[in-house]
Design a protein around this ligand. Structure first.
Ligand code: CP3
Length: 334
């Protein structure tokens, strides 16, 4: 059995597998090398030779338990016909959302546009160095994708009032997103992804009254869909105020927590396997601080099924040596 499945399915507490959000990325000089030659980020994701290579880069260096495919949650709006670009020092920039255009897109068009992501997953999953490791496929949650598609860039601290002005329209878009997310998930699994993580990076922007419509219902539909394909699903509803309620309603197989969550409190509240938590900024400190902070999570979750990870993506300025240190701390525990 693969390491994450042991924890998620068998509830094994005898060890803690580790992988790191954004493990394939800018803190690695070997990634920056390739990125320099490939200024168009979407095209890089769609170059299956390079994207499979980038996916494997952190696994060549470190003793990680899972590969996460080098792609982006915004491949979904791209695949259904919205323009998506990444600007240096700015982040994603999306084109105008044209409902006629995206309603015209069918499954064949979508898969044709992004099939090289699936080809990359196939290549990665056939790599024998991953025999005892997981291959993680992922998607953005419907809510987070809706935020990018309407806002056309990363939101600041909050959404503008106009965001919700046409509720009928946004509910139609949500349904389209959900339909293509299922197609995207199925193709990732068919090509070798054996876990799915759903990133809801902007869950924390919603008021409580809006959670059922924008998060609980659409995410529950996706979670049930992944379960029907017999693959474990991890949800990361970042900065949601009530993780317990989320888990009670959506029932993912495991939940990833952000660094504002009190680990002792969540341990008491949540029965399902837990992942993550450590503040990525800790990797910018020193070896001793890192050890103390990582051991805090390991000790608190020592009798609970726990996958080690960060509370959000690794920062680009992280020294890879600190990642090496972290993995050693986790592997030496127990
Ligand atoms: O190693 C991995 O985790 C796999 C690859 C991965 C990327 N993006 C590659 C990427 C994953 C899992 C994502 C998820 C993603 N993308 C999320 C959810 C997680 C989170 O961070 O909240 C979100 C919100 C996005 C959207 C996105 N993509 C943003 C906001 C940005 C710009 C900011 C940034 O961090 O650079 C991206 C670009 C992006 N996606 C990069 C990478 C490696 C950087 C591209 C570059 O080299 O400039």
């Amino acid at each position: 059995m693969k390491p994450l499945n042991k924890v998620i399915i068998n509830k094994d507490t005898s060890f803690n597998p580790i992988w790191i959000m954004r493990q394939a990325g800018r803190y690695l000089p070997e990634f920056r090398e390739i990125r320099k030659e490939n200024p168009n980020f979407i095209n890089l994701c769609l170059n299956d030779d390079l994207s499979s290579k980038i996916t494997l880069q952190p696994l060549k260096r470190f003793n990680l338990d899972a590969a996460i495919i080098f792609s982006d949650i915004l491949m979904l709006p791209y695949g259904i016909g919205q323009k998506v670009e990444f600007e240096k020092n700015f982040g994603p920039k999306l084109g105008e959302l044209n409902l006629d255009e995206i309603t015209k897109t069918d499954e064949v068009d979508f898969v044709e546009k992004i099939h090289r992501v699936y080809k990359a997953i196939k290549k990665v999953s056939l790599d024998t160095s991953l025999n005892n490791k997981n291959t993680i496929g992922f998607v953005g949650a419907p809510w987070t994708l809706l935020v990018y598609m309407i806002n056309q860039q990363s939101p600041k601290k909050s959404l503008k009032k106009e965001f919700f002005k046409d509720e009928f329209l946004i509910n139609r878009i949500l349904l389209i997103i959900e339909k293509f997310l299922k197609i995207h998930i199925k193709n990732q699994i068919d090509n070798g992804a054996n876990i799915i993580q759903i990133f809801d990076s902007w869950a924390g922007l919603l008021e409580e009254k809006d959670l059922p419509n924008y998060i609980y219902t659409p995410t529950l539909n996706l979670v049930n869909y992944v379960k029907s394909l017999n693959v474990p699903v991890i949800c990361f509803p970042r900065e949601i105020k009530n993780y317990k309620e989320f888990c009670d309603i959506v029932k993912p197989d495991a939940v990833s927590i952000d660094y504002n969550v009190d680990p002792k409190k969540i341990l008491k509240e949540i029965k399902i396997p837990i992942q993550g938590g450590l503040d990525p900024k800790i990797l910018l400190t020193d070896k001793e601080t890192l050890k103390k902070e990582a051991l805090n999570y390991l000790e608190i979750f020592k009798d609970h099924p726990y996958i080690f990870n960060l509370g959000h993506g690794i920062l680009p300025e992280t020294n890879p040596e600190m990642v090496e240190n972290l993995i050693k701390i986790v592997k030496d525990f127990k």
